[in-house]
Design a protein around this ligand. Structure first.
Ligand code: FAD
Length: 399
């Protein structure tokens, strides 16, 4: 391949371009992004950037020195795989290899779109609109007690806002964690002075008020909707690129799509995990760092006839919420057995998931060493002794 074109200039797109150069690719690399800003990192948006502790979070990458051509403020509109052309707002762009890295976008709350004072938190523009809300210590209602909702609530409390979090499920993070693990997290909201209302549904949003389906009216100078994200793939309709059940690009184990010479990586894609025996769609930062290295290796390797690399990581992510550092490695299913290390009411604890005696996942709160040691054991598929595992004073070790 002489011309690689990357659609989407977020973490996954930028890392793909950088990894291509690191791995010795000498052809042209063109990175096309819809947002007008210099490519930036998202995790700081719900943390330092929101609180005004950091101006922005632009990636520290010298695109010019790396010979990466940036085309910003230019959305991709479609792919014509037969012609090897990416159509964009600025016209057609021919490619030899195309990488889809358009990420994800927030799910909209019906009845809230367009109401003044309703925000989401995905982009730098979103964070910049929310900064003054925090600076003015406005009363905010957060819809959704997921990762973004928890992190926004944390920052808003730190800024001195009155914060109410409305969650339809009976607990925070209901989509990600089982009840026994998420239950202790509910107390974190109250500890931080935020009100968490579970089993509460938003009926509608009026300017200045969130109305719940039981008639409760919550005053809100601002409303932040954090009810999940979905892959930004609508622009691929009619292209022939196969999408999966969540509308994501369904890639294969080498991160290739269903059409020739087109790869997909990051939040917009899913891949079959041999390790976990299911297709994974991961909306976390580390996946947008690791996946691009496989994509770049396969683009570079295709020219030399090398066997393509398989992408089968142990997923990892972190969250900073309510003064706690939460880290997760691996992937669990509801049938897996949990083993606790430490007291869930205390400041630091870990929960481990075992499948047939092997460690498959772990969530550590304020126990980074468990995460590091556990990550390696998950990678190795180590068999654990549940009794030893349950002793938080013992380092994590294989049986
Ligand atoms: P994105 O970052 O979404 O980038 C995709 C880019 O493509 C965007 O810039 C978008 O504008 C552009 N694009 C979309 N459509 C088109 C188009 N048609 N044409 C051209 N360009 C297009 N993960 C963690 O593990 N830990 C954290 O603490 C954490 N904090 C987060 C905090 C926030 C506020 C957010 C929003 C996310 C956070 N994440 C965190 C998740 C992590 O940031 C994402 O997993 C990561 O950004 C995914 O990278 P990506 O490049 O696949 O997608």
């Amino acid at each position: 391949a002489r011309r690689v074109v990357v659609a989407g200039a977020g973490m996954a797109g930028v890392q793909t371009a950088v990894a291509l150069r690191e791995q010795g690719f000498t052809g042209t690399v063109t990175l096309i992004g819809a947002e007008p800003h210099q490519p930036y990192d998202r995790p700081p948006l719900s943390k330092a950037v929101l609180l005004g502790k950091a101006e922005d979070s632009a990636f520290d990458v010298d695109f010019e020195a790396l010979g990466i051509e940036l085309r910003l403020g230019c959305a991709a509109l479609g792919v014509r795989p037969g012609a090897h052309v990416l159509d964009t707002e600025a016209g057609p762009v021919p490619y030899d290899v195309l990488v889809l890295a358009t990420g994800a976008e927030p799910i909209r709350l019906p009845g809230a779109e367009g109401v003044p004072g309703v925000h989401r938190l995905r982009t730098l523009d979103d964070a910049e609109r929310l900064r003054p809300v925090l600076a003015r210590r406005n009363a905010v209602v957060v819809v959704g007690a997921g990762w973004i909702g928890a992190e926004f609530a944390t920052a808003a409390r730190e800024a001195g806002c009155a914060v109410t979090v409305v969650e339809a499920a009976d607990r925070p993070l209901a989509g990600a964690l089982p009840a026994e693990v998420a239950a202790p997290m509910a107390a974190w909201y109250a500890d931080a002075g935020a009100e968490l209302r579970t089993r509460a549904r938003v009926e509608r949003v009026e300017p200045g008020t969130v109305v719940l389906d039981d008639g409760t009216r919550l005053p809100a100078d601002a409303v932040v909707v954090g009810i999940g994200a979905r892959p930004a793939t609508a622009w691929l309709a009619g292209s022939g690129v196969t999408l999966g059940e969540h509308g994501e690009v369904a890639a294969d184990a080498h991160l290739r799509t269903s059409v020739p010479d087109v790869y997909a990586v990051g939040d917009c894609a899913s891949f079959p995990s041999g390790r976990y025996g299911e297709r994974l769609m991961i909306h976390h930062w580390d996946n947008a760092l690791q996946g691009p290295r496989t994509v770049a290796a396969n683009i570079v390797g295709a020219a030399t006839g090398e066997a393509p690399a398989v992408y089968d990581p142990v997923p990892y992510f972190w969250s900073e919420q309510f003064g706690r550092f939460v880290q997760y490695a691996g992937h669990h299913a509801s049938a897996d057995t949990t083993v606790w290390r430490g007291d869930a009411d205390g400041p630091a604890w870990t929960v481990c998931w075992l499948r047939n005696g092997r460690l498959v996942a772990l969530l550590a709160v304020g126990r980074p060493r468990d995460l590091t040691q556990g990550g390696r054991l998950i990678e190795a598929g180590a068999v654990m002794d549940p009794r030893l595992l349950a002793d938080p004073a013992r380092p994590l070790k294989a049986a």
